[in-house]
Design a protein around this ligand. Structure first.
Ligand code: TXA
Ligand code: MG
Length: 343
């Protein structure tokens, strides 16, 4: 059921559910989350069951502010402190060493914990109210079934879970792609999952050099197992029902000209409409925003939109290969994994 996230009675109802080991749909500035008390193993397990997510894929814990850190960690390197001071509340998740023995289910038994302080007013409100009743953090992965497209509206969450989950409506998410994840447990910051923040922004905020996990080789069996696991970093993720293909604008045009098969309906998301020599009924064009911020905001809703219109394939124009587009390119490549082919 969807309820108005700005109404005081909705907040009361959501907090009562969380107090009773419940799970709620929570708006954040990045995507909607499926939230439960992070320090409560019974509640956290319900998230894994609802999502169909393997229990060794740890969840992100959301906190009201730095004052809540002490309930989860006692080791905060200075660069991590710099990151929090500069970017929280905001779309940044930090992996830190965990206080042993706590939040076992939520962290999938790891010795580390992912912490994030969201800036969405409804999330902030809920977290503040939770603190008043001794709930210090909310575990919240994206509110979609495992491997599927993340939700950026309350309606998307409803489409995933139906009436079984109480969803606070906080409007469409302002950022649109998940937070940047930075591992702070390895001596220097390492970006595990790109988001809307650029490497340069992160490095300036951390006041030190930052590395990208995909540029570091975790070679050999022993160190491979030491490489952090992140489901958002699986090759195929964020996948709609339609086959997604990432193509240049020339390739889109070329392929559209050559379509002969009938029954193929293609959603085209590109910066400009492909101009064909003959009228084609086979594709539906939607304009892709030119700015990475606007594109990120629209991305998941657009993939869902094409699915709901019954498109068999979604052809997306490859974004520019610049740092501002890294998070969007990452999501699109994972969404397109099934549709990737030798080119
Ligand atoms: O923007 C976001 O981060 C959203 C909103 C709801 O806050 N949440 C989100 O959560 O994307 P989720 O669970 O879908 O993604 C969390 C990612 C996963 O890829 C998980 O494996 C990784 O964080 N993660 C969590 N704890 C970790 C840890 N201790 N070490 C390494 N990776 C971790
Ligand atoms: Mg997710």
């Amino acid at each position: 059921m969807i309820i108005d996230g700005s109404a005081p009675e909705s907040i009361d109802r959501a907090v009562a559910s969380l107090r009773g080991d419940g799970v709620i749909g929570l708006p954040t500035e990045t995507v909607y989350g499926l939230a439960a008390d992070a320090l409560n193993d019974v509640a956290a397990l319900k998230i894994f069951n609802l999502k169909g997510r393997p229990t060794d894929h740890p969840l992100i814990t959301h906190i009201a502010g730095q004052e809540a850190l002490r309930h989860f960690t006692t080791e905060v390197p200075s660069f991590a402190q710099n990151l929090m001071t500069a970017i929280w509340p905001g779309p940044l998740t930090l992996i830190l060493k965990k206080i042993p023995g706590i939040a076992t289910t939520c962290t999938g038994g790891a010795s580390t914990i992912a912490l994030r302080c969201p800036s969405h007013p409804v999330a902030k409100n809920i977290l503040r109210r939770c603190n008043e009743i001794g709930i210090w953090g909310l575990a919240a992965p994206s509110a979609n079934r495992f491997g599927r497209v993340s939700p950026t509206t309350a309606q998307h969450v409803f489409e995933e879970f139906g009436e079984s989950v109480l969803v606070l409506d906080g409007g469409p998410c302002g950022v649109g792609i998940e937070s940047t994840i930075v591992d702070c447990t390895r001596g220097a910051p390492i970006v595990l999952r790109p988001g809307i923040l650029t490497l340069d922004q992160i490095s300036k905020a951390a006041k030190c050099a930052v590395q990208q996990a995909d540029k570091i080789s975790f070679e050999g069996a022993a160190s491979q197992s030491a490489a952090p696991k992140a489901s958002g970093t699986l090759e195929s993720h964020y996948a709609p029902n339609a086959v997604v293909r990432l193509l240049s604008s020339d390739e889109i045009l070329d392929r559209l000209q050559k379509i002969t098969a009938t029954g193929l309906t293609i959603g085209v998301w590109a910066q400009s409409r492909p101009i064909l020599s003959e009228v084609s009924q086979n594709f539906l064009f939607k304009p892709m925003p030119n700015s990475p911020q606007e594109c990120a905001k629209a991305l998941f809703a657009q993939l869902r939109g094409f699915d709901s219109l019954g498109m068999t394939e979604i052809w997306v124009q490859e974004p520019p290969q610049t740092p501002e587009w890294a998070g969007i390119t990452d999501r699109l490549q994972r969404a397109a994994h099934r549709g990737s082919e030798p080119r």
